[in-house]
Design a protein around this ligand. Structure first.
Ligand code: ATP
Length: 247
C-alpha cells in the first residue's frame, strides 16, 4: 500500500480475533490510519488480501460486500460527523443506506444508541458544532453502532479528550465489547487505553507489524521503538513499564 512512489505498508500480516479489543500502535505517520482505511476499502491496495469474517473483500460479490459493510461500524479520527446534520440525522445515515425501516423506528433506534453511549435524548437535535469534544466522540460512536455491528473500527477515539473523559470512553468501549460481544480494532496512541482496555496490541513500524500480543509482550520487547514507547518516561508516568513517577 502506498502513494505514488512512497510505500507506506510493506507486507503487514495481522489477525484480529473475534471478541477482542486489539490496540494498534505505531509511529506518527507510520500508516495506522492508512491500514484501517485500506481494510475498509476506502483506499486501494496494490497487493495483498484483506479478509473480514473469513471473506476476501476483493473476491466477494457486491451483495456480500454490502452485507459485510453492515457488520462493521467506524469511528473516524475527530468523529467525522456531518456538520450540517443533527446528531439524530448523523446516526440515521447508515440506517438510510442499509436498513429499510420506518422513520419512527429510525428515531427510536437513534435514541437507543444515544442512551447506549451515555448521551441524553436532547442531544439528538443538536448539531455537531453545539457539542463538546467528548460528546462528538460519543455521538460518532452512536453512529458507528447504528447497525448493531459485530466489529468496531476506532481511529484514535480518546485523542483530544481530557484524562477523565478518555478513561470514561475506554470504559464505555470495554462495556460495549462485553455486552454486545463486539470485536474492536482500535488505532491509538493512548497508553492508558492500551493498558486498561486492550486484550492485545499490535505495533507497526517500517510498514510492518513488529510485535503482537498482550501488553506484557510489548513490555518485554527489545525493539528500540517499543522500548522507547512502552518503557519511556510517559509510560512510566502512566504506571506502565516500571514504577510511576512520584514527586
Ligand atoms: N491520501 C493520501 N495521499 C498521500 N499520502 C497519504 C494519504 N493518506 C496518508 N498518506 C501518507 O501515508 C502515511 C501514513 O499516514 P497515516 O495517516 O496512516 O499515519 P498514522 O500512522 O495514522 O499517523 P498518526 O498517528 O500521526 O495519525 C503518511 O506519510 C501520510 O502522509
Amino acid at each position: 500500500m502506498g502513494f505514488g512512489s512512497a510505500l507506506v505498508l510493506k507486507g503487514v500480516d495481522l489477525d484480529v480475533w473475534r471478541g477482542e479489543i486489539l490496540g494498534f500502535v505505531g509511529t506518527s505517520g507510520g500508516g495506522k490510519s492508512v491500514l484501517m482505511r485500506t481494510i475498509l476499502g476506502l483506499l486501494p491496495k496494490r497487493a495483498g488480501l484483506v479478509e473480514v469474517c473469513g471473506i476476501d473483500l476483493d473476491g466477494c460479490d457486491r451483495a456480500t460486500h454490502r452485507e459485510l459493510e453492515r457488520r462493521w461500524g467506524v469511528l473516524f479520527q475527530n468523529g467525522a460527523l456531518f456538520s450540517s446534520l443533527t446528531v439524530r440525522q448523523n446516526i440515521q445515515v447508515p440506517m438510510r443506506e442499509y436498513l429499510p425501516v420506518s422513520e419512527r423506528l429510525m428515531n427510536e433506534i437513534a435514541l437507543a444508541k444515544l442512551d447506549m453511549v451515555g448521551l441524553s435524548p436532547d442531544t439528538a437535535d443538536k448539531f455537531p458544532s453545539e457539542l463538546s469534544g467528548g460528546m462528538v466522540k460519543r455521538a460518532a460512536l452512536a453512529r458507528a453502532l447504528a447497525l448493531d455491528p459485530d466489529i468496531l473500527f476506532l481511529d484514535e477515539p480518546t485523542s483530544g479528550l481530557d484524562p477523565i473523559r478518555a478513561a470514561e470512553f475506554d470504559e464505555l468501549i470495554v462495556t460495549l465489547q462485553h455486552t454486545l460481544g463486539l470485536t474492536v480494532f482500535m488505532v491509538t496512541h493512548d497508553l492508558d487505553s492500551l493498558h486498561d482496555s486492550c486484550d492485545r496490541i499490535a505495533a507497526l513500524a517500517d510498514g510492518k507489524v513488529i510485535a503482537e500480543g498482550p501488553i506484557e509482550v510489548m513490555l518485554e520487547s527489545e525493539h528500540p521503538w517499543l522500548k522507547a514507547y512502552f518503557r519511556g518516561k510517559r509510560a512510566r508516568a502512566a504506571g506502565i513499564g516500571g514504577s510511576a513517577v512520584t514527586v
